[in-house]
Design a protein around this ligand. Structure first.
Ligand code: OGA
Ligand code: MN
Length: 275
């Protein structure tokens, strides 16, 4: 059995995985080590991977069903891949701390990102461990949040998309297709049993059962809590780098510090209903 080399990025989050070629058939043992590292580190970075869109999809399919989420563009011939093509990242959405597609009743369990074109400098992606964020809250705050639900509403993000070029018809269709959904504010990871804070700064979350004034006070605190660097790691991309994150217990944020074209392919793996 070949042992993969696992180099943690920080004590709390992320690891570089060496000793595997994502484009070649993978033994069960190798995949098992990747699954375990994913559970332990939540964000995995694979460098030196020269893979095709097909191989990217095949790697994603090892974890579950893959799809391109609502309102996303996809590259020609690959409707299951999400295309991120940005030259003006500020305000696009990915530049805010978020997790992916929580407007779904069953949000994705993972996203796997691969660059096709990068700016000369900048365009890193930051990640935060939301289990560590939860554990850093006081017991009193944790017990307040336990049992609360948040409403995740896509309409704000859809308005941004409307400003950035989706058609009014698509806007109306998507608005109807994705009404607000409720998820627990504290979710338990089905694999590790660890609790994490499950909110999304991108699809306006509202704490159900709290008054407007209480939401105004508490939500900004909870959404900003993710910004503490001790919960985080940061990925510096190279063209042969593939990174995946556990969308159930992390948040991420694309650093909007570039003004050259940046193109990424994302493979999104289906998840289950948060509990
Ligand atoms: C994403 C995302 C950030 C980035 O792919 O879901 O938010 O840096 N990406 O591209
Ligand atoms: Mn994202």
């Amino acid at each position: 059995m070949t042992e993969l080399e696992i180099r943690p990025l920080t004590p709390v989050l992320g690891a570089e995985i060496h000793g595997v070629d994502l484009g070649s058939p993978m033994s069960d043992s190798t995949f098992g080590q990747i699954e375990k590292a994913f559970l332990d580190h939540m964000v995995l970075v694979f460098r030196g991977q020269d893979i095709t869109p097909e191989q990217h999809l095949d790697f994603g399919r090892k974890f579950g069903e893959v799809y391109c989420p609502a309102m996303s563009a996809f590259p020609p011939d690959y409707p299951e891949i999400m295309l991120l093509d940005t030259t003006t990242p500020k305000g696009a959405g990915a530049d805010r701390w978020h997790c992916d597609a929580t407007f779904m009743t069953e949000p994705p369990m993972a996203s796997i990102l691969r660059p096709l074109r990068l700016p000369g400098e900048g365009g890193d992606t930051c990640f935060a461990n939301m289990a560590a964020a939860y554990e850093a809250l006081s017991p009193a705050m944790r017990s307040l949040l336990e049992g609360l639900e948040a409403e995740h509403d896509l309409s704000g993000q859809l308005r941004v998309s409307l400003d950035r070029g989706i058609s009014p018809d698509d806007y109306e269709t998507l608005l109807k297709r994705w009404p607000p959904v409720r998820h627990p504010v504290v979710r338990t990871h089905p694999g590790s049993g660890r609790k994490s804070l499950f909110l999304n700064g991108n699809t306006g979350s509202l704490l159900v059962g709290l008054s407007d004034a209480e939401n105004d006070l508490l939500l900004p605190f909870l959404l900003d809590h993710v910004r503490a660097p001790e919960f985080q790691c940061r990925i510096r991309w190279e063209l042969d780098c593939v990174a995946m994150w556990d969308n159930r217990c992390t948040q991420h944020c694309g650093v909007p510090d570039f003004d050259e074209r940046r193109i990424m392919h994302r493979v999104t793996v289906a998840g289950d209903k948060p509990r």
